[in-house]
Design a protein around this ligand. Sequence first.
Ligand SMILES: [Zn+2]
Ligand SMILES: [Zn+2]
Length: 256
Amino acid sequence: MIRLCVLGSGSSGNCVYISNGDSAILLDAGFSGKEILARMDMAGLDPATIRAVVVTHEHIDHSRSAGIMSRKLKVPVYMNKKTHARVSGAIGILHELEIFDVGDGFEVAGLVAESFAIPHDASDPCAFLFRSNGTRMAVITDSGSISTVMEDKVKDVDYLVVEANHNREMLMAGPYPWELKQRVSSRMGHLSNEQCAGFLKNAISPKLQGVTFAHLSETNNNPHLVRQMAEDELSGHNVKFTIAAQNRPEKVVVIE
Ligand SMILES: [Zn+2]
Ligand SMILES: [Zn+2]
């Protein structure tokens, strides 16, 4: 069993609470420490259950309060060496540091975490597959394109959190400067709704219970477009979905 709560997702901050029912991790800590605790309170989650903070990459919307949460909760921060080198000045002294290599699996808070590389413009960015007994769940955001490793990792998952960052037409016609449009739409940027739809096919199986769409751009996307894409892709399958927001936590999902 895995209990999951996306506490918020988007370019201003990302944080996901993942628990095996007893102990939990925070995957990324991209809001202020105060905000994370306030959102956990809103979602009915107990900070005392948190055993670690796991950081996917150095971008501030993922790493902002990793140090604060580590010190406040007296828990280790798991990240890879290159990510640590990038953030160590900004996040301050950690209660404890656990270094992992991207591609490796490790046990944390009663969960098995399998890290894998994703194409994104950070020093060594990764995404995760989590396992708890027979339950498998993947969290993949901040990926400019789809690799075969990503496709493999989401086969037979019970639940998927995946990025639907932008609508390509909205991005290209929108207010971003040209360089930023290039960055977001590049192979090392973020997944568009169309890319997300294609990727979703790899995860669809009789096992798949639900999907949370995450990291939506507030400028270059619209939840209605994501909803439409999700309904098209998931029609005929018994799969629930939600769309994570930037400014509020989602409901807790129990995956069995
Ligand atoms: Zn991000
Ligand atoms: Zn990023």
